[in-house]
Design a protein around this ligand. Structure first.
Ligand SMILES: [Cu+2]
Length: 503
């Protein structure tokens, strides 16, 4: 199956290798199919020019095999600059990120700048927006960061995201409206690389599906001896049922296991902005700070009306910013692996004297008020202008654990299937979940609005059996991925493309 996918990617590259990506070129496409703006097309460059208002900032990234101490377990893994998470990239809105990536991995790689409305040819999708970066090669990404917020970056190559290849990307607002004393970036991850196997091993095992398993072991939390990585019986009310496919031995907060947590130090009474990123492969996290209420201020980089909550539910690829006013004491920030058995944590120390809570402590706030989408409203400046959709794209999420055939509209990823939009349209995407699992659906290059509330996001949880409608303005020409951010679902085929028609 993976070989098939590589073949399709080559077909995609072949298309891009021509003078223009024309959808009329292939025999399998309808004769009247439109042709699309290419990743380096004039419309892409024009959109980029309008975003550049600040200077160029230079960064270097080295992707390499490294030995990393996770606070006890020492693993061989793949990292940026030998650290997990990688060093954050930080710029001000309007500045240009120029990042030179040296690929010292044994495979091709790429970098996707998750959530940014950036120029299409910097989006980091091999076979669609660029050639893969070969082992031993370098590649320079250069793009303006238009919108302030909490973003992150990771490879868009195979299952590399589920190694240690991820880091925050923070775009500061030169006119930051929030007042706070300190800031803390919290990156969550599910970890198995170098412990129980590699992400490639996981995908290989999952891809066999459940066909070989005995009927009696299904759905009862049993772990058949034939499966090392496949997880059965992970269930969550918040996620509407099946919580995940993969068993992880560790859950990490800023690269640390719970037994040796990071400690964030601040003064009692200080106001802290916490930026939470879920960099996991197959795990949603429920996050709470013991003894504190959270004020949610942003999701996926964009502001919401400040909303009080006890806990967050963060799907893979999602981000939340919260404000907390620290009490006097030592408090665990706990990220429960939703529906799975385990947690990640850190400590907040806002007192000299108090002793740390036990490693397994589970704050009661985790069972309180969760900041569901239905409880959030966009900030006024984040609202899309009122307008009815002028284009609808229906995306049925299909497939099952049984066959491990995750797909969109019943079709595994095929770069020749491109959903057409035009610049200037208000586009409605309807995610219709026909499966019995939740999927965190991500659109590249845009921040959509949830229909109804208008909350702006680039990655949104679609519950099993549910339909989620999202709207966006087609204002960033190019070829853009739409996919599930469960890396194993995406790699098995739950991805498709959106393309801007040439006008
Ligand atoms: Cu999925």
């Amino acid at each position: 199956m993976q070989i098939d996918r590589r073949g399709l990617l080559r077909a995609g590259l072949g298309l891009l290798g021509g003078a223009a990506l024309s959808a009329c070129g292939g025999g399998s496409r309808p004769a009247a199919a439109p042709s699309f703006v290419t990743p380096t097309g004039e419309q892409v460059l024009a959109a980029e020019r309008s975003r550049r208002t600040g200077p160029v900032r230079d960064f270097r990234l080295v992707a390499a095999e490294s030995q990393v101490d996770l606070g006890g377990p020492v693993v061989r893994t793949w990292t940026y600059d030998g650290r997990v998470p990688g060093t954050p990239i930080r710029v001000r809105a309007g500045e240009v990120v120029r990042a030179r990536l040296a690929n010292r991995l044994p495979q091709d790689t790429s970098v996707h700048w998750h959530g940014l409305a950036l120029r299409n040819d910097a989006d980091g999708v091999p076979g669609v927006t660029q050639q893969p970066i070969a082992s031993g090669a370098e590649h320079v990404y250069e793009f303006a960061a238009a919108h302030p917020g909490t973003y992150w970056f990771h490879p868009h190559s195979g299952t590399q995201l589920d190694r240690g290849l991820y880091a925050p990307l923070i775009v500061d607002d030169p006119r930051e409206p929030l007042a706070y004393d300190d800031e803390w970036i919290v990156v969550l991850d599910d970890w198995l690389d170098g412990v129980t196997g590699t992400p490639e091993d996981v995908l290989a095992e999952l891809s066999k599906g459940m066909g070989g398993m005995s009927h009696g072991s299904m759905g009862h939390g049993g772990s058949p001896s034939s499966s090392t990585h496949m997880m059965m019986g992970a269930t969550s009310l918040l996620l509407g049922g099946d919580a995940g496919d993969v068993r992880y031995p560790h859950f990490l907060l800023n690269g640390r296991v719970p037994a040796s947590p990071e400690t964030f130090r601040a003064k009692p009474g200080s106001r802290v902005r916490i930026r939470v990123v879920n960099a996991g492969g197959d795990t949603a996290f429920r996050v709470a700070l013991a003894g504190h209420r959270l004020t949610v201020t942003h999701t996926d980089g964009f502001p919401v009306r400040p909303a009080e909550a006890d806990a967050l539910l963060v799907g893979m690829g999602e981000r939340y910013d919260v404000l907390v006013t620290l009490k006097d004491g030592v408090f665990p920030l706990v990220a429960l692996a939703e529906g799975k058995d385990g947690l990640a944590r850190a400590l907040v120390r806002a007192s000299g004297a108090a002793s740390a809570p036990a490693a397994g402590a589970r704050p009661r706030e985790l069972d309180g008020d969760v900041a569901r989408y239905s409880k959030l409203q966009p900030a006024e400046q984040a609202r899309l202008a009122p307008k009815s959709p002028t284009r609808s794209v229906r995306l049925e999420l299909t497939g099952s654990m049984m066959a491990y055939d995750w797909a969109i509209n019943g079709r595994r990823y095929d770069p020749s299937v491109i959903h057409a939009v035009r610049s200037g349209e208000r586009v409605r995407l309807s995610f219709v979940n026909r499966t019995t699992m939740w999927h965190p659906m991500h659109l590249h290059g845009h921040t959509f609005a949830l229909a109804g509330s208008g909350v702006r996001k680039d990655t949104a949880i679609v519950l099993p059996g549910a339909t989620l409608d999202v709207d966006f303005d087609a204002d960033n020409p190019g070829l853009w991925m739409i996919h599930c951010h469960n890396i194993y679902h995406a790699e098995s085929g739950m991805m498709t493309l959106l393309g801007y028609q040439r006008t």
